[in-house]
Design a protein around this ligand. Structure first.
Ligand SMILES: [Ca+2]
Ligand SMILES: [Ca+2]
Ligand SMILES: [Ca+2]
Length: 358
């Protein structure tokens, strides 16, 4: 009768019956152990006035209840843990690079056609990681976080610099994963409006096609403003402008052309003295030092998602973004400095960084 009661109880909780039955079998073994080795304990059980079988039944029920509550509590705990792990598992840093194209410049021979840009992923400068060359005007990188970066009050995204000492401004764009497929296919890209957005020298919707060096050894280019020219390297040979492009005979870039960042301030025509043009790039560009949004502790420029604008400059009012694109924004060969080329070392969701780190 006792056993029948036990099984009818078990049938009411079929999903846990296996574990419960196991516990009852364990109890029988335990009982044997108690009876054999601790006779006083067995005596106390009998002292309750119940038969041992009845006491055994009560204890077994108690154990069953303990097991059920333990399983329940355990499953609750696992659920909670899973949720907390999901939250804390978000990386503050770039998780993936989707696209990269080096703009013709002095480091082209270092860039392989299938460059993976691993230096741009994760925490910058650890484990010997370096930076990513975007090259001359138009070169870009498209990358994403493993979560949506929220637009809260103030800056949201940090873009790490080379780091170096000479500003080489890059334009930053953002995109939200509106179709939730994890890919930056939710365009168009929305520009984070910087201080030179309305500068008369800034050209929006600019486009340049660069051509593979011919016999001159120079890269020639044509833009969509009717201009053309040569990229004349100031040292080395012309071929190093094109080394990473393999068999391609031309590459075309579209984006925003920023004002020239440097001017030769030398009064002596035999000497070059290239200095940053004063008053430019006060905020809103990657790889800019000593400007308003440069965080010296992180060696990064800070960007606010609220500054995102659409193609005609209207605020995009984004609440969050998943992807960023950084593009080399200055089209200038500054003498011996060669091309002005943005170099960056990754990006971070500022909200997930330790506040003490910046
Ligand atoms: Ca913000
Ligand atoms: Ca998408
Ligand atoms: Ca640089």
């Amino acid at each position: 009768m006792v056993r029948r009661k036990q099984y009818s109880f078990l049938e009411s909780v079929p999903e846990r019956s296996r574990r419960v039955r196991f516990s009852i079998r364990s109890l029988s073994l335990l009982k044997g152990s108690i009876s054999g080795s601790v006779p006083e304990y067995s005596h106390r059980i009998r002292f309750s006035g119940q038969s041992l079988e009845w006491t055994e039944y009560l204890i077994s029920k108690l154990i069953v209840l303990i097991v059920i509550f333990s399983v329940y509590a355990c499953s609750e705990k696992l659920t909670t843990t899973d949720e907390s792990v999901q939250t804390t598992n978000q990386s503050p840093y770039i998780a993936k690079v989707f696209d990269y194209q080096y703009g013709p410049g002095q480091h082209a021979s270092l860039i392989t056609p299938n460059e993976k840009c691993n230096a741009f992923i994760g925490e910058p400068w650890i484990n010997g990681k370096s930076f990513t060359y975007l090259g001359g005007w138009g070169g870009y990188i498209i990358a994403g976080f493993d979560h949506a970066v929220n637009n809260t009050n103030g800056p949201d995204i940090a873009v790490y610099t080379q780091p170096s000492v000479g500003s080489e401004p890059g334009v930053v764009y953002v995109m939200a994963d509106t179709n939730n497929d994890g890919l930056p296919n939710d365009g168009p890209w929305l520009e984070l409006k910087g201080s030179e957005y309305n500068n008369p020298q800034t050209i929006h919707n600019y486009q340049v096609t660069y051509y593979k060096p011919g016999t001159s050894g120079y890269v020639t280019w044509k833009d969509n403003q009717g201009k053309e020219g040569n990229l004349v390297p100031q040292f080395g040979t012309g071929s190093w402008w094109w080394g990473g492009y393999g068999d391609k005979t031309s590459v075309t870039f579209s984006g925003e052309k920023l004002p020239d960042a440097y001017a030769n301030t030398s009064k002596d025509p035999t000497v070059q003295l290239w200095m940053p043009v004063s008053g430019l790039f006060r905020f809103g560009y990657a790889e800019c030092y000593d400007n308003e949004d440069y965080n010296a502790k992180l060696k990064a420029n800070f960007f606010d998602i609220s500054s995102a604008v659409d193609a005609v400059g209207v605020p995009a009012n984004l609440s969050k973004v998943n992807f960023i694109m950084v593009q080399s924004g200055v089209f200038q060969i500054a003498g011996w400095l060669n091309e002005i080329s943005t170099e960056i070392s990754g990006a971070a969701d500022i909200h997930l960084l330790d506040k003490k780190s910046y």
